[in-house]
Design a protein around this ligand. Structure first.
Ligand SMILES: C[S@@+](CC[C@H](N)C(=O)[O-])C[C@H]1O[C@@H](n2cnc3c(N)ncnc32)[C@H](O)[C@@H]1O
Length: 276
């Protein structure tokens, strides 16, 4: 087991946000996992590793794709995010071809060279310390002819959601938050072209719909789980006011237009390691 340098509130938030995202994405234009599969083409018998697997949402789908002759390893910093391993075990309880690995993608993996056909990392790669080092490590782990698929938020992901927050709070996004939104463009794409033989870039816009009272409640949960709402911040009372105002505005929009929409904008990268 490998330990990274200590879990941050952001990682815990990311995990909670991730679980909620899984829920709200049920009312979206696209299914994220189908979109991923159309780009990475996982097939029966393959060896796959999903890095930053969270509660195992993608691992569950990949497990079915590789079947009983394949295997999927789900890696995450499990020992640092309370309850995450239990959630993943619960979600993957009926899968025999999976393994959960407590490991940070910021440090080298224990597996030998040329182990995997596919390595994926969904909404996780921008948490690592050194993107170049992690991508080099993924390439080392891939078989010749293997592929890596990374997906993360585009710089304008959920822009309208954050703009509404700014309008209410008169505050910009936390600095490290907006830096992370730029990390795919500024760091991951250049590093991918530098390290891999071939790169395909796929933009993705997924509208997520919120309707009725249930929709208002879901947006509130999403807002409270996001880094915009930090329960332990010194501005606790102000934050509660912001949350109330946020919910009020969403409610008004649903009453007026029948729905509130969050535009999830992502960038997917398929990276190919050619035969060597
Ligand atoms: C936003 S969640 C995405 C989870 C899942 N892939 C999904 O899309 O539903 C980000 C995940 O990255 C994990 N993570 C953060 N830092 C990591 C690191 N250094 N190594 C591996 N995983 C990490 C978090 O614990 C969290 O589960």
């Amino acid at each position: 087991m490998t330990k990274a340098s200590g879990v941050s509130q952001e990682e815990v938030s990311a995990h909670i946000g991730n679980v909620l995202r899984s829920e709200i994405n049920k009312n979206a234009d696209y299914d994220l996992e189908e979109w991923i599969q159309a780009r990475v083409h996982i097939s029966q018998g393959e060896m796959v590793m999903d890095v930053g697997c969270g509660n195992g949402k993608q691992v569950a789908v990949f497990s079915d794709l590789v079947g009983s002759t394949g295997k999927v390893i789900g890696a995450d910093i499990f020992s640092q995010v309370p309850g995450l391993l239990d959630k993943a075990r619960e979600k993957l309880a009926d899968k025999a071809n999976i393994e959960l690995l407590d490991h940070s993608a910021s440090v080298p993996f224990p597996q030998s060279d040329h182990t995997f056909d596919v390595i994926t990392s969904c909404y996780s790669i921008y948490y690592v310390d050194d993107i170049r080092a992690s991508l080099r490590e993924f390439k080392r782990l891939l078989k010749s002819g293997g592929r890596c698929f990374l997906v993360g938020p585009a710089w304008d992901n959920s822009r309208e959601f954050y703009d509404l927050n700014r309008d209410i709070t008169k505050q910009e996004l936390p600095k490290n938050f907006s830096e992370r939104l730029w990390r795919i463009n500024n760091e991951v794409i250049p590093a991918a072209y530098e390290i891999f033989h071939r790169v395909e870039v796929s933009p993705f816009v997924n509208r997520v719909f919120f309707e009725g009272d249930h929709g208002v409640k879901a947006v509130e949960e999403y807002f409270r789980a996001s880094l915009l709402f930090q329960e332990d911040s010194e501005q606790h009372d102000a934050r509660e006011q912001f949350a109330k105002e946020f919910v009020k505005r969403v409610k008004m929009e649903i009453e007026k237009n029948g729905r509130y929409i969050i535009y999830k904008r992502a960038i997917g990268l398929t990276l190919y390691k050619e035969n060597e």
